[in-house]
Design a protein around this ligand. Structure first.
Ligand code: NAD
Length: 294
């Protein structure tokens, strides 16, 4: 069989055994990842750096973030990560991260707002000792929604503004596919977004991100920015380890098909895939075959 008669991919494009998969070229892109000090956020920073991203703003409230970033950069052999210590709910801090990154390396166009917390207990609890029926604390509810819902949405909106400003400066109007995709937002949902006993605030926040993602998927494409949401199952991070070894062994592992916790690196790999593959939209479940008992 001569080269001329090789089968084609059927779309009329020339095929030369390479493939035109239109993956986002990260080498010119600047990202922001929140919750970067540990767990899924940290793994995502490393994943993006390994995939050749130009730079990542690594954001977390942990004081020793700069030290861990320094260690990662040393291993990578380049200053891929730039640390920013602060609270993701602070709008002034958020804007300063975007301004400083723009000045140092260029406008941020990729956002993975991974910082998150849990405050888990029953929504309505019968206290036999005091003979009271106690409600979930409104203060806890608002704090979880601030960090897990409002903050991710605003870090995403700031990213879209950053891309919009950059395109405006280049006198570009409605995005055209020939321009190629300009940026991506990947929200971190959870299997709990469909509801989970003891997680009234967390489940509400994660379900809320679905609405934000779906809205931005249709709005932000005006500026060439895609958005998607990943729903991880139970992943081996400090957030899950605080549940205790017995709880994990008895209540989580048996309800997964994989029979183990997911690695943060596996979630980071899926996030990088969502960022780079423009054909994927909407949601991705990375749940290790989670099938909870009701
Ligand atoms: N671990 C899981 O099983 C799992 C499953 C589904 C979704 N998620 C989500 O993935 C994301 C990361 O979770 P993780 O398991 O890596 O958690 P983690 O607790 O290991 O890390 C969370 C990081 O966020 C930071 N953070 C928390 N509040 C902050 C704030 N106000 N400002 C700045 N930084 C703050 C913490 O300092 C920490 O470094 C969260 O959104 C979480 O809801 C986790």
């Amino acid at each position: 069989m001569s080269n001329d008669s090789l089968p084609t991919n059927g779309n009329g494009h020339e095929e030369d055994f390479g493939w035109d998969d239109r993956r986002l070229d990260l080498s010119t892109k600047v990202a922001v990842v929140t919750g970067a000090h540990r767990g899924i956020g940290r793994a995502t920073c490393i994943g993006l750096a390994r995939e050749g991203v130009k730079a990542v703003a690594a954001v977390d409230m942990a004081d020793d973030l700069p030290r861990s970033v320094e260690q990662i950069n040393k291993k990578l052999g380049r200053e891929a990560l730039i640390p920013f210590v602060g609270d993701v709910t602070d709008a002034t801090f958020r804007q300063s991260v975007f301004e400083q990154m723009k000045e140092r390396v260029g406008p941020i166009s990729i956002c993975v707002p991974a910082a998150g917390i849990t405050r888990d207990y029953l929504a309505v609890k019968v206290n036999r000792e005091s003979n009271n029926i106690e409600l979930y604390s409104e203060e806890d509810f608002r704090r979880v929604l601030d960090i897990d819902l409002t903050a991710p949405v605003y870090w995403a909106l700031e990213t879209i503004r950053s891309v919009a400003q950059d395109r405006m400066a280049r006198d570009l109007k409605r995005w055209d596919p020939n321009e190629r995709v300009q940026g991506a937002i990947i929200f971190i949902g959870s299997v709990s977004s469909t509801g989970n006993k003891g997680q009234i605030s967390y489940a509400t926040a994660k379900a809320g991100l679905e609405g934000a993602q779906a809205t931005l998927a249709s709005e932000a494409v005006f500026h060439g920015v895609r958005s998607a949401i990943i729903h991880p199952g139970y992943t081996d991070t400090a957030m899950v380890r605080t549940l205790g070894a017995d709880f994990i062994e008895n209540n989580i592992i048996p309800q997964t098909q994989l029979r183990r916790l997911i690695l943060p690196e596996e979630i980071a790999h899926a996030i990088c895939f969502l960022i780079r593959n423009s054909a994927v939209s909407g949601k991705l479940w990375a749940d290790a075959g989670w099938h909870p008992r009701s």
